[in-house]
Design a protein around this ligand. Structure first.
Ligand SMILES: Cc1cc2nc3c(=O)[nH]c(=O)nc-3n(C[C@H](O)[C@H](O)[C@H](O)COP(=O)(O)O)c2cc1C
Length: 157
């Protein structure tokens, strides 16, 4: 079965990593679109507040059925130490369809263990592979080794 890369990205860093994974795995992807405005200073504030409160949001229609893929590779920026509302919502709506899962995130400098532990609890599955990248590392483009390590962990042979 093929992998599916599912991601949310507000400003492009997580999307860049998602695209590198899609290229490396030659697989499909699903970009989550939050119907709540997250751009600009007010969007930033609501994003932080909603993430901290662990609020769900409304996503635009999902195009791909995760039940047809294995693993589901889920990527989110860290917001207020936790998941973006869009990824929290996607997991809540689709976790019964997941087979294996793998997680990746981008962040501004926070540790990622707590985020991944929360994603594991929400998915009710242990990830087969994890990848955390700092935003500035993504900007330099110098993270291909970490992508390879993450992909090796998926054992997609
Ligand atoms: C509302 C909000 C809260 C954030 N909180 C954190 C945080 O707690 N820890 C951290 O390291 N980075 C935090 N960041 C930074 C993002 O995780 C980082 O910029 C990420 O790479 C953005 O990904 P994106 O470009 O895909 O949206 C936050 C960003 C936003 C917008």
């Amino acid at each position: 079965m093929k992998a599916l890369v599912v991601f949310y990205s507000r400003t492009g860093a997580t999307k860049e990593v998602a695209e590198a994974l899609v290229e490396s795995l030659n697989c499909d992807s699903e970009e989550l679109i939050d119907t709540k405005k997250r751009s600009g200073p007010l969007g930033f504030l609501s994003a932080g507040k909603d993430a901290k409160a662990k609020k769900l949001t409304k996503l635009t229609d999902i195009k791909r059925d995760p039940a047809l893929y294995d693993p589901a590779i889920l990527g989110t920026p860290i917001w207020a130490g936790t998941l973006s509302s869009a990824m929290r919502t996607y997991i809540a709506n689709n976790k019964s369809k997941f087979k294996r899962v793998a997680f990746f995130c981008t962040h501004g400098g926070s540790e990622s263990q707590q985020l991944f532990a929360e994603m594991e609890a929400l998915c009710e599955r242990r990830p087969v592979s994890i990848l955390a990248l700092q935003e500035k590392e993504v900007k330099t483009g110098n993270y291909q080794g970490k992508i390879r390590q993450f992909v090796d962990g998926l054992q997609m042979l």
